[in-house]
Design a protein around this ligand. Structure first.
Ligand code: FAD
Length: 367
């Protein structure tokens, strides 16, 4: 079997890596630079709290791989299981947390429910006005800049061929499978995996299956470096998702959320909108008041595909034998990435996947 994985973000590089480890011939084709799409823009949150329940089994599979990332990839991608603290500021947030915790428990995620006094004792300086929190001790974060290139390098060591800067590709259906013409040459394969992020809709459409997907970007920022005091990833139970933050080991506090996502313009990028900055920072400061007088040194956004039902597209094509999809991760794909790569490789190699992914099938949109 010869596989072409299209798209060199976290999903494509992880899929190529796990395919190559299974001894399958795989070529990864990226139109630009490896890991430079939504993946590099990510906040880096590796959280299961608040995740769609349909993804929970996949999220567990992925977390197990994140914990082995250094061994698997041969380098530290800064995965740290610091825990994920999600603060509660009102009764609506508490009710949402209790409901989610009850639904997630039978699916294997047990959240600690902390009362206000315990939050303040265990996490001094975080959410002083919070009335409680959930805590998920095994979740954490990793470095979004490192992970795509690390998976691609490990895939190459395992035998995959990496073709970057391939430009605009042209895909043709052939008798043997697929032909992909690129600026770096033409390549044939019997299996094609569409891991092109927000570009996934265009590829699927070419094969007669449309997906209601729009590209948007969450809005992010980072502060100057500060003494390293904030250990967990911190979020809030809020129906708009609320703001969230984490402190990297060299001291900068990365934050996001709290404002609407920005659309992607004709250049293919979503630009941070400063109009929302005051609102965003007010929410960030609610999480950690000590950040009130700190300088923000950079803001950014990224180009991510959001589907109409906020679940990704994952699995076999509904129209075309040999075609597989893994795209449209709706702002939640960083945590899932290693699990997606492993599950896609299993599906392609064996025809089945031990992790339930049927809820993410592209055929759900066919009607
Ligand atoms: C600002 C921001 C913050 C986020 N924060 C988090 C977070 O904290 N936690 C979390 O779990 N998730 C988060 N996400 C989501 C997560 O980053 C994405 O879901 C994930 O990185 C998607 O990976 P991907 O490989 O599908 O897409 P991408 O990383 O976008 O990769 C797709 C690649 O395909 C290439 N491509 C496109 N079309 C073609 C083509 N025709 N031919 C060849 N190549 C092509 C692109 O150039 C790109 O490199 C965030 C996303 C953004 C934008």
């Amino acid at each position: 079997m010869q596989v072409i994985v299209l798209g060199g973000g976290l999903m494509g590089t992880a899929t190529a890596f796990f395919l190559a480890r299974r001894g399958i011939r795989v070529r990864l084709i990226e139109r630009g630079y490896i890991g430079a799409g939504a993946t590099v823009a990510s906040f880096g949150n590796i959280r299961r709290t608040g995740r769609a329940l349909e993804q929970m089994a996949l999220a567990h599979r992925s977390l197990a791989l994140w914990t082995r990332a250094e061994d698997l990839l041969g380098r530290d991608v800064e995965f740290r299981a610091t825990g994920h603290l999600r603060l509660i500021f009102d009764e609506e947030g508490r009710a949402d947390m209790v409901r989610f915790a009850a639904a997630a428990r039978p699916l294997g995620l047990t959240l600690e429910h902390l009362e206000a006094a315990e939050v303040h004792r265990r996490f001094p300086g975080l959410g002083p006005t919070a009335i409680g929190a959930s805590f998920s001790p095994k979740d954490g974060s990793a470095n979004p800049r490192l992970v795509g290139p690390a998976f691609a390098a490990a895939a190459a060591r395992a035998g995959a061929e990496i073709v970057a800067r391939a430009g605009d590709v042209r895909i043709t259906r052939t008798e043997a499978g697929f032909e992909v013409d690129t600026a770096q040459g033409s390549f044939g394969a019997d299996v094609l995996v569409n891991c092109t992020g927000s570009g996934g809709r265009a590829i699927a459409r070419q094969f007669g299956e449309d997906v209601p997907l729009t590209p948007h970007g969450p809005q992010m920022g980072v502060t100057e470096p500060l003494p390293h005091r904030i250990l967990p990833v911190v979020g809030m139970w809020a129906r708009d998702g609320g703001a969230y933050l984490r402190q990297v080991e060299r001291g900068n506090v990365v934050f996001g959320g709290g404002v609407t996502r920005v659309p992607v313009d004709g250049s293919g990028y979503a630009k941070y909108d400063p109009a929302g900055q005051v609102t965003q920072l007010q929410k960030v400061v609610r999480l950690c008041p000590a950040l009130a007088d700190v300088a923000v040194i950079r803001n950014w956004s990224g180009n991510e595909g959001y589907t109409a039902d906020m679940l990704p597209v994952m699995g076999a094509s509904g129209t075309t034998p040999g075609l597989f999809h893994a795209f449209g991760f709706c702002g939640h794909g960083f945590q899932l990435g290693p699990g997606v790569g492993d599950a896609m490789a299993e599906l392609i190699a064996t025809g089945t996947c031990e992790t339930p992914i049927a809820a993410m099938a592209i055929t759900r949109f066919a009607a």
